[in-house]
Design a protein around this ligand. Structure first.
Ligand code: SF4
Length: 689
């Protein structure tokens, strides 16, 4: 039996798996590996991943829309239709009338090639991706404070060695269970774990202390903890003096966040605030880790910065078993934002408005820097441009199901419906693909080669286990075929693309120049930056300084601001959205996995028993949620793990069960990340016959 080592297709943990190939027609067997991220563990999603390879819903032929209906076509017909639409739109409205929308699940090679395809083959600035929804506030804050954005600046295993861990807006016990072994080891060795979450999650249940703030008040909470840390003498002044800048302004700002005021703002008792600071301040080693709960707000960048300020004041970044980190979500959320798939970036995590970066990348691409388009717009802004007279007329979507995952889905559907041509590449007919004019069937994870970069900044190999079904090509091939019709030559070979990516990234922040497929194979992944063949890679950042012009990390003064929406008479409660264990992202894949159905068939809205009683709602009743943007219907899950003023709905479903029919597209001004975590909602029980 042939065995191939590769990685789970889903989250940023990128658990190692071995696929054992059986005689046809039996599908490959999947089992966990003893890889450094999962050490033999897998979650239910990972165990189910092989089920989708031969799923009956697989698309195996392109589809084109005629007379309102999608029908099978040949690749040539579909490619010709797309090429003709691009040429027509660009002749009529200019190159900027075509846009590209990518995903954090694309391999590094595909993310790189998509950025190049947009700027070289299409000559458009309009490319962005769904990572804007799930990580961009932490990325922006990290770049601002540290001069670099790498989710964890240390290996995951370091978590086990931290004496105190403060985890903000992250629930790895449900979202990436194998990672919990590192938290559990720390707890078994006496570590104190503090969880900040408006829900008493599975992760919070095992913690030393749970802080349950009102959604949208995390920044005030962080400033309040820093206020106490200063007052109680826990600031590492030598570290602040020698390794940071800007502390005086932050110290002045947090002076106003006295504990009883912070209790009123956040709902977290003063005693809990003091206990959290004591656990952090007295620890020999401590980590502050944030995730979507801190980021998906209109002030998500500043909120993340507030937690960074606390970490810097305590002298944590760059110290052993200590630091600040962000728990990335999507499988290639990290790599997906390093190689030019973002509107404002070029490969190597370079800024697209930096003349030196433009010259370097243009030379690799063999074009004049003046022909390289400038910055585009963020994901929500790009979707909003669709179908406008002077906006994007043709949109290409790879690895993204925006009709489910973007905020305010009704507006997204309306904008996509106004396009001249919507093109989607996917392996299933997602909710977005179902609206498309042309759909290309693409390869799945086990049918392609490439690399992924996990939450630690570790570059991993995705290995081809079996051939895609007849009629299916991967997205590198799709881009190569389209580029050829547009007069350009783009390789469809992952290794060739990766070698070009290495050259394009050389000298950048995310420098992959010394990373090769052979090294990744031999070393269980290589951590960037790795600027040369003989460089060992960089598992730990910041030990000797920060990649800022003066080598110091930056404190930045941030102040609490109200969410874009707060409860009022018409919409009296707070809605917060998130994930459940059995589903991944838009659910396009996991909703089809038979083994996951048994445990999670329908989305449920979580309500506190007091709220349910007041509204006359019983367990499993149908409940309508309504916001200023739309409505959705869920079954009620009554639980005292949520605040009485807040309800929680998962976002993995479409149609009537779409939480993103409700969410607020208000954007963080720095990262352009939507405010998925807070909006005002009305709740009505639905009487069933
Ligand atoms: Fe591991 Fe994440 Fe896959 Fe679960 S979804 S098996 S945690 S990589």
């Amino acid at each position: 039996m042939t065995s191939v080592a590769t990685h789970c297709p889903y989250c940023s943990l990128q658990c190692g798996v071995t696929m054992r190939i059986q005689a046809a027609p039996r599908p490959p067997l999947l089992e966990p590996d003893d890889f450094p991220t999962n050490r033999g563990g897998l979650c239910a999603k990972g165990w189910s991943a092989a089920e989708l390879l031969d799923h009956p819903d697989r698309l195996t032929t392109p589809l084109v829309r005629d007379n309102g209906e999608l029908r099978p076509s040949t690749w040539d017909e579909a490619l010709d239709r797309v090429t003709a639409a691009i040429k027509t739109a660009q002749a009529r409205y200019g190159p900027e009338s075509v846009g590209c929308f990518g995903g954090g699940g694309l391999t590094n090679e595909k993310a790189y090639q998509f950025g190049k395809f947009a700027r070289v083959a299409l000559r458009t600035p309009y490319i962005d991706y769904n990572g804007r929804f799930c990580m961009s506030s932490a990325a922006t804050a990290g770049n601002r404070a540290f001069g670099v954005d790498r989710g964890l600046p240390f290996p995951l295993a370091d978590i086990a060695g931290a004496q105190t861990v403060l985890l903000v807006g992250s629930n790895p016990a449900d979202t990436m269970p194998p990672a919990m072994q590192y938290f559990d080891t720390g707890r078994a060795n006496g570590a104190a774990h503090i969880v900040v979450d408006p829900r008493y999650t599975a992760t919070a249940k095992g913690s030393t202390l749970h802080l349950q703030p009102t959604p949208g008040t995390d920044l005030a909470l962080a400033n309040g903890l820093l206020h106490i840390a200063i007052r109680e003498g826990y600031v590492d002044q030598a570290y602040v003096d020698t390794r940071t800048s800007g502390f005086a302004a932050v110290r002045a700002a947090v002076a106003a966040y006295w504990p009883d005021r912070v209790e009123r703002m956040t709902g977290v008792p003063v005693a809990h605030l003091r206990r959290a600071v004591e656990l952090l301040g007295t620890a020999r080693s401590a980590m502050i880790l944030t995730a979507r709960g801190a980021e998906q707000h209109r002030n998500g960048t500043d909120t993340t910065q507030a937690w960074i300020n606390l970490a810097l004041a305590l002298g944590l970044p760059g110290r052993p078993y200590s630091g600040f980190g962000t728990v990335t979500g999507q499988g290639n959320g990290q790599g997906g934002r390093e190689h030019g798939q973002k509107a404002d970036q070029l490969p190597g995590y370079r800024r697209i408005d930096d003349p030196a970066a433009r010259a370097h990348v243009a030379a690799v691409w063999g074009i004049d820097p003046d022909d390289l388009p400038g910055p585009g717009v963020s994901a929500v802004e790009l979707l909003d441009r669709c179908g406008r007279p002077d906006g994007v007329r043709v949109l290409l979507v790879l690895a993204s199901n925006v009709v489910v995952s973007a905020p305010d889905r009704n507006r997204v559907r309306e904008r996509l419906g106004a396009l001249d041509l919507l093109v989607v590449s996917d392996f299933f007919l997602s909710e977005t693909a179902a609206l498309a004019d042309v759909v290309f069937p693409t390869a799945q994870w086990a049918e392609e080669d490439g690399t992924m970069t996990n939450l630690e900044g570790r570059v991993l190999r995705r290995r081809r286990v079996l051939d895609p079904p007849p009629g299916v090509h991967d997205d590198l091939t799709l881009m190569s075929l389209l580029a050829e019709r547009l007069g350009h030559s783009f390789s469809a070979d992952p290794r060739t693309v990766f070698d070009e990516l290495r050259r394009a990234s050389a000298g950048g922040i995310a420098d992959y120049a010394g990373i090769s497929y052979e090294r990744v194979d031999a070393e269980q992944g290589v951590f960037w930056p790795c600027p040369s063949d003989d460089h060992p890679g960089t598992p730990h950042l910041f030990a000797d300084g920060f990649p800022t012009p003066d080598g110091r990390a930056r404190f930045i003064r941030v102040d609490h601001t109200e969410p874009a929406e707060t409860p009022d008479r018409e919409f009296p409660y707070v809605l917060t959205t998130g994930r459940v264990m059995q589903q991944y992202q838009s659910g396009n894949q996991t909703r089809r996995a038979r083994s996951l159905h048994a445990s999670a068939t329908d989305p449920k809205v979580e309500l506190h028993p007091d709220l349910a009683r007041r509204l006359g709602i019983d367990a499993a009743d149908l409940v309508e949620l309504r916001t200023r943007r739309g409505r959705a219907v869920f079954r009620a899950l009554i639980t005292n793990t949520i605040r009485p003023d807040t309800v929680f709905a998962p976002f993995h479903w479409g149609g009537e069960q779409s939480a993103n029919a409700l969410t607020d597209p208000a954007l963080d001004p720095h990262s352009k990340m939507p405010a998925f975590k807070v909006c005002a909602v009305a709740i009505t029980p639905i009487k069933e016959d």
